[in-house]
Design a protein around this ligand. Structure first.
Ligand code: ADP
Length: 447
């Protein structure tokens, strides 16, 4: 499987997982919401029913005198009642005037008054048949009629003013309106689900793409890095092999030839050792496993040492190397002295390498608030604007082979940047092609 199809497959898988998890979470949230709505309706309906039943019960009991007989006062209390001997009593549907005004509205409620034996004496609202016998204790019941409609009912025993058992009051409500409402909610959810899943799918695809981007980039970088490293290692190895093979072809090996061959092998070996140690340092800086000694480093001393070490190279290249300290007191940063030395050394060496004879390299040390600044300014060949961000990439060289003649492998600035970052600092460059470059290294003083 090639790189692109591997990433595409992974993106599809990731999007699939995102969509499934989001779909599941949305589904659970939707069900939860549906249940919460249903529960809130049930609780409100029960509370309404209870308060209505209690009001009626209280008022009715205050008018009851003789068990089984509904007094005129009781009937006046409930003006829309249909009494057992009225012909409206057997009607299948309640006429509209049978609804209790103000107490309940809509065709969803019913009120039933029963005698001691459970026979119906009066009724208002819905006419229901075949209800179970009432119990002597106040009780809640959930009922279902022949058509599958569900009802909720509360039964309360009635007593006369003398506390004689009179009969029962039943107040109930149909759940039809409520079920209609829930059916509408279910319909909306059902219709919304495919649309939501479509949006979730598109969002997942986009999110998976975003999540994959840095992985893809770092994968490409690793691939590029491996290819570059292999290329760099191959060159000295090939040189050694070619030298050895050409010498082995000779019938006899003169002393001078042997010495030259060993010198070539030694040089290439040194180059390889240098490269491998650079790679190791970079890899350790990446993993932040460099546990160099953190100590106070005097930057004036560090700059002077570098100037001293590179003086011979500068003279050989006919470049004037000088340093300027724009600070009065000693400038100290806490860090790994060896690494900080390497950081500045790489930058100054580059400046000397890329400055033609007769040019200048000036190292300036200064302080800016809590930062120590090491500026390396040269009058060299400069760097074109399009390469300014690339020169810190591993193995990157402006002009490829031309720079390789300087002996560098393209790792110098990457190492410098990695060291600066490991010390909570940084490095930046300003340059003009043909005029020169200025590299600025900043390091926190109270690190
Ligand atoms: P190298 O080992 O090739 O010097 P570096 O990482 O140190 O690698 O530098 C990367 C590239 O940046 C160099 O190949 C060179 O083209 C460019 N460069 C670095 N310093 C300078 C400078 N002072 N002036 C001009 N070009 C520079």
């Amino acid at each position: 499987m090639n790189r692109n199809s591997l990433f595409s497959l992974t993106r599809w898988r990731l999007a699939g997982w995102y969509a499934s998890v989001m779909g599941l979470v949305l589904g659970i949230a939707g069900l939860g919401m549906y249940e919460a709505i249903a529960h809130a309706h049930r609780v409100t309906a029960d509370r309404e029913l209870e308060s209505m039943a209690e009001t009626l019960h209280q008022n009715l009991e205050a008018t009851l005198v003789q068990p089984g007989r509904l007094e005129i006062a009781s009937q006046q209390l409930l003006p829309n009642f249909c009494l057992a001997n009225d012909n409206c009593f057997s009607a299948a549907e309640p006429p509209s005037h049978h609804l209790l005004n103000g107490v309940y509205q809509g065709n969803y409620y019913y009120i039933r008054v029963l005698d001691q034996s459970g026979s119906l004496i009066a009724l208002a609202g819905l006419h229901l048949q075949g209800l179970p016998p009432p119990s002597k204790e106040p009780s809640w019941q959930s009922l279902k009629d022949g058509e599958g409609n569900r009802y909720r009912q509360i039964s309360l025993p009635l007593h006369t003013q003398d506390d004689l058992f009179w009969g029962y009051l039943q107040v109930g409500r149909s759940f039809k309106d409520f079920e209609d409402y829930l059916a509408a909610v279910r319909l909306i959810m059902g219709l919304g689900l495919p649309l939501t899943m479509l949006l979730v799918g598109a969002a997942s695809w986009w999110l998976a793409g975003r999540a994959m981007r840095p992985i893809y980039q770092s994968y490409s970088q690793i691939q590029q890095f491996t290819a570059d490293a292999a290329h760099e290692l191959r060159t000295p190895l090939a040189a050694v092999r070619a030298t050895v093979e050409s010498v082995l072809r000779l019938p006899q090996l003169p002393k001078t030839e042997a010495r030259d061959t060993l010198q070539v092998i030694g040089r290439q070996n040194q180059r390889l050792t240098h490269l491998v140690s650079d790679l190791l340092l970079l890899s350790n800086l990446d993993r932040q496993t460099v546990k160099g000694q953190r100590q106070a480093c005097h930057l004036q001393d560090l700059v002077s040492d570098i100037e001293e070490e590179l003086a011979a190279l500068a003279i050989a290249k006919d470049v004037a190397l000088t340093s300027v300290f724009l600070v009065n007191c000693p400038l100290q940063v806490v860090g790994d002295e060896e690494q900080l030395y390497r950081l500045a050394l790489n930058v100054v060496t580059n400046s000397i390498h890329y400055t033609p004879a007769g040019g200048q390299v000036v190292i300036t040390l200064e302080r800016n608030d809590n930062q120590a600044l090491i500026r390396v300014k040269d009058t060299g060949i400069g760097i074109a604007a399009e390469y300014l961000t690339k020169i810190f990439d591993r193995f990157y060289r402006v002009g490829g082979d031309r720079s390789r003649q300087t002996g560098g492998s393209g790792l110098g600035l990457s190492i410098a940047q990695a060291i600066a970052r490991a010390h909570n600092g940084g490095i930046q460059v300003e340059s003009e092609l043909g005029k020169g470059s200025t590299f600025t290294i900043w390091l926190p003083i109270n690190f």
